[in-house]
Design a protein around this ligand. Structure first.
Ligand code: 4NP
Length: 159
């Protein structure tokens, strides 16, 4: 896994979070990162996208909206979009939620995507909740994303 901080003195000003559909996991990552950027007083552009196109234009899935709302975040106005080639030029780091996202990003031409779970979860995948049974599991997904993004941002601050 490439170290996203390899460009030592280059400030990271933008992050793109990528999952498969951009309706369950990465919208949560976007919302959490935006809040954390404010918390740490960082000027950081945070967006999310999916490698697939099935859900383009849709709002986040209901359970992601619920877990976001339970954590005082409104993601109901987010709309899913697909990753573009331009994203690979535009964003300083591109963060995949699981290893299949990383593989798909590489196939699309992204040179150095990083795995969110490498920031504190020992390289674990953030599980895909699309096929979960109802709401169960969404709290775990939320907490995992939050923990890893916090570590990612703290490390940025230490740099
Ligand atoms: P996400 O979840 O990648 O976290 O947004 C999924 C959403 C849709 C599908 C798979 C995963 N799908 O197969 O349509």
């Amino acid at each position: 896994m490439t170290d996203p901080y390899k460009k030592e003195n280059q400030e990271i000003k933008s992050i793109l979070f990528v999952c498969l559909g951009n309706i369950c996991r990465s919208p949560l990552a976007e919302a959490i990162a935006k809040e954390m950027a404010t918390k740490y007083s960082l000027t950081m552009e945070c967006e999310s996208a999916g490698t697939g196109s099935w859900h383009v234009g849709e709002a986040p899935c209901e359970n992601s909206q619920i877990v976001a709302s339970n954590n005082n975040k409104d993601i109901s106005h987010y709309t899913a979009r697909q990753v573009t080639q331009n994203d690979f030029k535009k964003f300083d780091i591109i963060v995949g939620l699981d290893k299949s996202n990383i593989d798909n990003l590489k196939k699309m031409g992204c040179k150095d995507p990083v795995l969110l779970g490498s920031f504190g979860y020992n390289g674990e995948d953030v599980p895909d909740p699309y096929f979960f049974d109802g709401y169960e599991g969404f709290d775990k997904v939320y907490n995992m994303i939050q923990f890893c993004i916090d570590n990612l941002f703290k490390r940025k601050i230490l740099n």
